[in-house]
Design a protein around this ligand. Structure first.
Ligand code: URA
Length: 466
């Protein structure tokens, strides 16, 4: 660097930054400097940048995209925007799982207690409903008394006692994501690899994890629909987290239909607890299998199994012997929740309005527009229209058939639970548009189609930018 360049860099490093300049620069397609990105993350966290300017910046970033460098800087700046949690005192490897978002995606309720029961600490920082996808926190809050907002000291105490704790990002922990996540939900700026990567990893890195398992959804219910976009997102997240010192793996998994048979809040918890009780209900097999695969990786990366397959076997043993169920109930109680509601989940379930949708023709359940099904779930009252609105714990959709199932006309296809009788018509109409039948069975789709470890992710990114 010449003396003149150095002087110019020093001068511009000292120049005051203005959000309007940063928005215009991104809008016009230029890459932002690390200082500019850090300014945005800090301003989102401390409220010094007005919401309208953050929204404009998000839309510019969504349209123009973020480079690898911009994504890495944003991820670290959002992670550094608040306090960090240190799991070091727990004396165990801290490993978490995070999904890129799906419909009926409730694996957190299984993998957290499964990994905890196998000797791994699971400090899980989750989110609320985003776009058409459900939110782990909204689901957990269906349990009376369950607190998703804990102080870091309380978080640590629950982890020490139970091995797992599931909370939300707070005003202190990854605060930039708390603001940007809610804003992306309201401004149509969710589906962007750089923004998804920074959102997910900022909270995961702030939790001080030793290792992370990422569940990157593909198919009609994923935020990114094209396989190559999902592969890019998976590689981006693995490489970014590894560069920050967290051992990470990403699995590309099918979201071409809702996972399991329930999509909503309470009904998803009830389905998860059935599996934790060792039951094998019809149409929940994919949920059981994916949870064991993800937990197997967590247990392996947490040093409690030689291989992911060995981790799978340990997780299955913890499912069968009831230790994962005990870990889940202990965690619920430690976070103020009343686990006795699971004594009779059907009795606790009190939806205001119910309608059974019957198959309107005979055939095999074929293609599903799972994103539309996710919006149908939201319109039952299980999700929110506006930020901060309460969600209905009892609303949602229970599916009685999965892709590939043979159904006869008039056979129950789904049960819709809504907040008010007048809220039934819209989800019914969406469902009828979103599910298609065929005369022959549809092609089978692999539950896990690809796995990205660090080397695979780095190679993918090098090939992608060349
Ligand atoms: N989960 C997150 O935490 N953030 C996203 O952007 C998508 C899924």
């Amino acid at each position: 660097m010449t003396q003149a360049d150095r002087m110019q860099t020093e001068e511009s490093a000292a120049a005051p930054l203005h959000m309007i300049d940063i928005i215009r620069k991104k809008r016009d397609g230029s890459a932002l400097s690390a200082r500019e990105i850090e300014f945005v993350a800090r301003g989102a966290a401390d409220g010094s940048i007005p919401v309208d300017q953050l929204a404009a910046w998000l839309m510019a970033a969504w349209i123009r995209g973020l480079s690898l460098d911009e994504t890495r800087t944003l991820t670290l700046a959002m992670c550094d925007s608040g306090e960090k949690f240190s799991p070091a005192r727990l004396g165990k490897q801290a490993v978490d799982k995070h999904s890129s978002g799906g419909v009926g995606d409730k694996t957190s309720f299984l993998v957290a207690p499964l990994a905890a029961a196998c000797g791994v600490a699971v400090p899980m920082i989750s989110g609320r409903a985003l776009g058409h996808t459900g939110g782990t926190l909204d689901k957990l809050e269906a349990i009376p008394g369950y607190r998703t907002a804990l102080t870091l000291a309380e978080f640590e105490a629950v982890l020490e006692k139970c091995g797992a704790s599931i909370i939300g990002q707070t005003r202190k922990l990854a605060p930039a994501d708390r603001v940007l996540y809610a804003l992306r939900d309201r401004t149509g700026t969710v589906e962007n690899p750089g923004l998804i990567c920074a959102s997910i990893l900022s909270k995961k890195l702030a939790a001080g994890l030793d290792a992370l398992v990422l569940d990157v959804k593909t198919g009609s219910g994923a935020f990114l629909r094209k396989v190559e976009d999902c592969e890019f997102l998976a590689s981006l997240m693995v490489a970014t987290a590894e560069a920050a010192g967290t051992r990470t793996v990403a699995l590309l998994t099918d979201m071409g239909q809702p996972l399991g048979r329930a999509a909503g809040n309470w009904i998803e918890l009830a389905e998860s607890v059935e599996l934790l009780r060792g039951q094998r209900p019809a149409w929940s097999e994919d949920l059981r299998e994916l949870s064991l695969i993800l937990a197997g990786w967590m247990i392996h990366l947490g040093g409690q199994a030689e291989s992911p397959g060995g981790g799978y076997r340990r997780a299955e043993a913890a499912l069968i012997d009831g230790s994962a169920l005990r870990a889940f109930f202990t965690m619920i109680e430690a976070q103020g929740g009343d686990a006795s509601v699971f004594d009779d989940p059907a009795a606790f379930h009190k939806p205001c309005a119910t309608e059974v949708v019957e198959a309107w023709e005979s055939g095999f359940v074929a293609e599903m527009d799972t994103t539309a099904l996710g919006w149908a779930v939201q319109r039952t009252g299980a999700g929110r229209e506006k930020a901060g609105e309460p969600v209905d714990p009892h609303a949602g959709i229970l599916f009685h058939a999965r892709r590939g199932a043979r159904v006869e006309r008039g056979q129950p296809l789904a049960t819709i639970y809504a907040t008010k009788p007048e809220m039934l018509a819209e989800p019914v109409a969406i469902l009828k548009q979103a599910i298609h039948f065929s005369k022959t069975p549809p092609h089978a789709v692999a539950l896990v189609s690809r796995i990205f470890t660090r080397d695979a992710a780095e190679k993918y990114l090098i090939d992608a930018v060349m």
